[in-house]
Design a protein around this ligand. Sequence first.
Ligand code: NAD
Length: 260
Amino acid sequence: DLSGHVAVVTGSTSGIGLGIARSLAQAGAKVALNSHLGREEDYKIAADLAEETGSEVIYVQADMSNGEACVKLVETAAEKLGTVDILVNNAGIQYVAPVEDFPVSKWDAIMAINLSSAFHTIRAAVPGMKEKKWGRIINIASAHGLTASPYKSAYVSAKHGLVGLTKTIALELAECGGTCNAICPGYVLTPLVEGQIPDQMKAHNMSREDVIKNVMLERQPTKDFVTVEQMGTFAVFLASEAGSQITGAALPADGGWTAM
Ligand code: NAD
């Protein structure tokens, strides 16, 4: 039961972030959703989630590529909901290109959104957690925080960096009632991934099942996607009493990818 707790989930108007926000709200936490977009539908997603779960859910527009905006997100959530004691750093983008062709602007954006934003939000949230003597920081890394693939230099570097940040913060919070862990998902079935299936079916002239097994989940031994619901349940577990001695870990949820 997470009632009495206040969560911020960065990049949470779709996919994994929204799945985690939903599970946290279902468990009773007050939740601040976030994206950089500020669309009308983003506010509606928050209102709908509040109605669905009975928890207080707000939407805060803030661009995680900007350090000051990251701090503002934590401050705004604290003003409106109370001291932030559950922080989920989930916002992330991807770009794929050989290193010699990799646009410098994409490298900078991926470093800012996938890695530096977590530094800025953690830096802003830790004083409140120390004061409460309770805190949970969950960083959404990736199987690519533990292994590499070609053409993903920025993403793999940022996710490995996020795992290093996770271990460091865990040590700093160890005697303060706070934990910090990274979840390292394999391929998760988000709306974004779902949308790629029809194109891949056409491109490879394959059935949906064959595209999923042989193209998308080539490196995922279970040949099953991770679900956003599983990500949500995992995050709630880490935030619960049962998770209080799990800290500094990079925890795979990848259908066996990193066992290979
Ligand atoms: P998604 O694209 O469905 O959702 C990303 C969210 O981040 C959206 O709400 C988007 O609006 C928001 N966002 C993007 N740029 C932002 C910015 N500058 N500031 C604030 N918000 C921003 O992605 P997803 O698949 O749910 O991925 C979420 C996280 O999980 C990412 O960090 C990703 O690297 C990681 N991940 C995803 C998978 C997967 O298979 N989907 C696997 C491993 C790790």
